[in-house]
Design a protein around this ligand. Structure first.
Ligand SMILES: [Zn+2]
Ligand SMILES: [Zn+2]
Length: 341
């Protein structure tokens, strides 16, 4: 099959012919990829950021936002058949450990992460397990929903945690209106009741956020902090969801958060650096959020089916993977890019 493989960190992928994945466990499923979302985590992986965390071995096929059709099933798979359209939860979880039994797939003690720790979906075929699959309703094309598998549930999980705090009269600041943010704002509109303020460097993405339910949109420049302050009666936002996660957004968030406020860290790459006196004096809550579990993906697909959340996608061929990654790094992708092999 054709696949995009990383041979060396900080180098372009090689688009080349590789061996097809094979079933080795009764619950394995081979999925014919219909679409693979292109994600900032792919950039972080190419930079080597995940090497020591997940033990990625090179060469490695990246791509963890996958949807397609069941192509082949192991002997123990009873609930899916060849040809079924599916979206793929991003991890292969064991189902037996305490975390799995709590429903926390991302904390599985025997987790495999296609696209990060084992081969992923920048390819024609992907190996996963039947536990990871959610059937797609009739008429839904895999390439139109693939980014829900990671970008979608990552935004969904953070907003689901924040939503009970988003009561009428509260202010929720959402930083970064790209792939995750444009989903996050729609989920906040559906699950919460806060006045939503969005912050981004790009005017086009901010305009889109106003269409999707933001009350105010603020351009991320030197006046941004004072503008957010004035939109929150100089108190700061009750909730901040940071989809960007740079040193700058972490530092600015600490100045825009209300006393007793909740700061959800979703994007990553920077370092949160807060004097502990500020945390206790302001009773700041700083909360990490990692991807999402199977039921997060199930719930998000329900919102999608009802037309409550919509994805903005642009489609590219697998051969264009390196160009698309470069565009993403330069901030030139609106919504989400999807590779169609
Ligand atoms: Zn992703
Ligand atoms: Zn497990």
């Amino acid at each position: 099959m054709k696949a995009g493989r990383l041979y060396q960190y900080n180098q372009p992928l090689k688009i080349e012919e590789v061996a097809d994945p094979v079933i080795t466990h009764p619950n394995d499923v081979i999925v014919k990829i219909g679409g693979a979302g292109v994600c900032h985590t792919d950039l972080h992986l190419i930079q080597g950021m995940w090497h020591h965390i997940l033990g990625t071995e090179l060469p490695h096929i990246i791509g963890h936002e996958n949807a397609g059709w069941v192509h082949q099933v192991g002997s123990g798979v009873t609930n899916f058949k060849v040809g079924d359209p599916v979206i793929v939860h991003p991890v292969m979880s064991c189902g037996y450990c305490l975390s799995c039994r709590r429903g926390e797939d991302m904390h599985c003690e025997d987790l495999k992460f296609p696209g990060l720790s084992v081969d992923g979906g920048y390819a024609q075929y992907l190996k996963t397990s039947d536990r990871a699959l959610i059937p797609l309703p009739e008429g839904v094309r895999p390439e139109e929903v693939a980014p829900y598998a990671d970008a979608g549930i990552t935004a969904y999980r953070a907003v689901r945690k924040a939503a009970p705090l988003a009561r009428p009269g509260t202010k929720a600041l959402m930083i970064g209106m790209g792939g995750l943010g444009h989903i996050g704002i729609q989920v906040m509109r559906e699950l919460g009741n806060a006045d939503i303020i969005t912050l981004d460097i790009d005017k086009g993405r901010l305009d889109m956020s106003l269409d999707l339910g933001a009350a105010h949109a603020v351009v991320a420049n030197d006046q941004a902090i004072s503008q957010v302050k004035s939109l929150t009666n100089e108190k700061g936002a009750d909730i901040i969801i940071d989809f960007v996660g740079t040193d700058r957004t972490h530092a600015d968030s600490m100045q825009m958060l209300r006393k007793g406020g909740h700061y959800f860290v979703v994007g990553y790459g920077g370092t949160v650096n807060v004097p502990s006196i500020n945390i206790i004096n302001n009773e700041f809550n700083i909360i990490g959020s990692l991807v999402g579990n199977y039921s997060d993906l199930y719930e998000l697909m329900q919102l999608n089916a009802r037309g409550k959340v919509k994805l903005h996608t642009s489609k590219y061929s697998l051969d264009e993977a390196n160009d698309v990654l470069r565009k993403l790094e330069e901030g030139k992708i609106n919504g989400r890019a999807v590779l169609v092999p």
